[in-house]
Design a binder for this molecule. Sequence first.
Ligand code: ZN
Length: 247
Amino acid sequence: MVSDIHANLEALESCLAAAPAHDRIVNLGDVVGYGANPNEAVNESRRLNGVLVRGNHDKACSGVMSLEDFNPVAALAALWTREILTPENLTWLRELPQGPVPLQDVEEVQCVHGSPLDEDEYLLVIHDAIEPLLKAAKPLTFFGHTHVQGGFAIRKSRHETLRPTYPSKNGADESTLSLDKGGHYLINPGSIGQPRDGDWRAAFALFDSEKCEVTFLRVPYDLKAAQKRILEAGLPERLATRLAEGR
Ligand code: ZN
């Protein structure tokens, strides 16, 4: 499960190199926007194929959606991205499917960018998540958009926020969550290219449908190289500095 790559090639490559054995890749959207390597991020996503869902930046950068709701920094990055994307990659982004997208062969799972009820909605706190948890068509939804690894659950009639904990923010780490039968889950693998949960390391997750387990992973990457590319591209400086903060 990968999400919010945001054109950060260094982070994407480190995650792919560190990824445990898997059958397929599920990409929850925002392949581009913010980072300096949109074509490379799209090319790699096309090569990986798997299950794909469109994100709001994919829509904005390819002209499917206006930049009206974007803050000035995000809008500048989207305009830069639109300019640099090849016609073929622009077309690929425009044709990405809207969530929810079912996961073939795994009956109970669906994939979205924002919320199961609205592809552009942010599920930041448990209050945002209750209604989608109860109304989602499937008991397990993988989502992205917030760039925060973890998610939300209702199990044994209690609601809770799920956040993996790690001993440090230095090396590679993982944290496994067992899913209860009968529970309702919204699970966010975190953001590959621009984490916002206070941890700079690239985030993704592995879903084991047989064991009913999600393993959250964090992987260090060449942060300085990604920052340098953002500055050299003439993108807003904030997009480089925030990567180090994980904000
Ligand atoms: Zn995003």
